[in-house]
Write a protein of this length. Sequence first.
Length: 315
Amino acid sequence: MKLAKTNPFLLKKIAVITAGLTAVILAIFKFIAGFLSGSVSVMSSAIDSMLDCLVSFLNFLALKKSSDAPNAKFNYGYGKLEALSSLFEGVFIVGIGLFILYQSVKKIFIPEQNFDVSIGLYVMLVSLILTGALILFLNKIATLTNNLIIKADALHYKSDFYSNLAIIIALIVIKFTGFVLIDAILGIVISIYIIYSAISLIREGVLILLDAALPSQIINEVVQIILSKPEISSFHYLKSRQSGAYTYLSYHLVFNGNFSLLKAHEISDEITKEIKARFNDKIWIITPELDPVDDSGGENHGNDERCVISNKGEK
């Protein structure tokens, strides 16, 4: 069965469940290895994997609820739960980064001297392979579904991957040189990378929660599609936002007062079809309004400076 042909919701569900099961397996092995080896680094990684289980469970609940249909109380559905989940996960990742940073700085002053490197090294190698495979899988699903929860999970496990890699490098160096300080140095570098990556994820979630407009490149192409219709004298109140899997777009199209309402609807439908065809990777909810006259009053109420534009290019 090819992933591209699978139901999008089923793909997202499989991705979250797979991430959760992987986290459970890794947590068990890391706890055992951390206990047997006495390595604080490996035990910290085990705690991280245990918390991953919790995050995956919360993601599953958010994903399930976000696909529910709109109702009388939530007319636009629950799509923003994805942004809330990614925001939570972003903050969680920052917390992990700060924890690793704290532990790394602490190791500079109190280095670990006595622990079994071999057990921790073997377990972390297995963890690295499993985490790498999971990241490839999650990135594939994220590309197919454009789901923010899956993107957040992929970023989360990417930070785990680099953390595991840092621990492996540190264990190898310690095994052959006895230079225990390398563990702390790599930990600081990785923690800074984790925090930096999480900030972009938090920003994306916040923008969706604040109903940020679509990227200017998409808006510009939408404007060009509208202006390609000579029957439209002008348009205004162009607004857009993203909510979960759905992309919302609205605008007012101004026709001559004597223009046929039936013909105006046909032209409006043409614009809708062209927008959906141009950006077929999105699920569009387009709400046009047909005006016999320009009722904007020259005011700019939309999401950018092109909200009142005539077909001659005049604002």
